[in-house]
Design a protein around this ligand. Sequence first.
Ligand code: 5GP
Length: 291
Amino acid sequence: MGTPPQLTPQQREAALAKAAAARKRRAEVKAQIKSEELTIESVFDLAQRDEAVGKMRVKELLESFSGVGKVRAIALMERLNISPTRRIQGLGRHQVNELRLEFMKPDMATKPGRLIVLSGPGGVGKSTVAKQLRNAEDFWVSVSATTRKPRSNEVDGRDYFFVSDEEFSRMIAHDEFLEWAEFAGNRYGTPQRAVENALRQGRNVLLEIEIAGAKQVKAHLPQSILVFLEPPTWEELVSRLEGRGTDGAERRAQRLELAQEELAAAAFFDVVLVNDQVESVVQRLVELARN
Ligand code: 5GP
């Protein structure tokens, strides 16, 4: 490090005044966080425009949230690999994302919704259940992005956002997914923002996704409820997969093999439901969200 620059008395005075103004600004922001006028999201936005906020230490930011003491702030920073002296402007995009998820706040006075993740082997009937839930009160069913080509009965924006491989890679690079996974040669991902917004507005959210993705969601959001949908019998699953006119023979065989592996994952889930009747599964999911 070189020697500090020699300042004239006027320059020194100006620098001190600037530092005092920055401290005052940070104190204001911290008070606004404490009183819940500012969310972590809005602080990150501010930090891009306001140098004083950008230079706030992450530790100070975290400790400003009610319920977060020194111990929790340090533990959180260790978990996210944030060095103790890091300032907001020095955070990586991934760390910003993790912090946003950690402090996801409901809108004022709105109880946040529940996040239910419905998973299970391909062909078990998850999408039929999800379709029915779209009409349920207070439920919002997430629409995933996929690189798979649309089937004849599918509508872009309703069943999936059908995107190119390049677009999917761009979305990964911009941290736009809550989770994503590869399944049977295609990529599938849950757009993060829309899920967060729905939860914040107090809506219950359903993700209908495969198992690796479900595990990622649980790791990010431990409060989510993982539901595993099982077929009544293995034979039933085989006949459903065989009967899928939308897939070719090779793809069906591939899916059967995958389904066998997937069935073994049930133990990881919070709740296991047998899909003997779609209506009763829907009912159970609505009850889970209420409790
Ligand atoms: P399909 O191609 O039959 O519509 O879906 C194949 C598998 O991908 C299903 O098990 C479905 O639940 C899963 N899937 C759909 N959307 C997503 C997603 O956003 N993320 C993950 N991980 N899996 C998904």
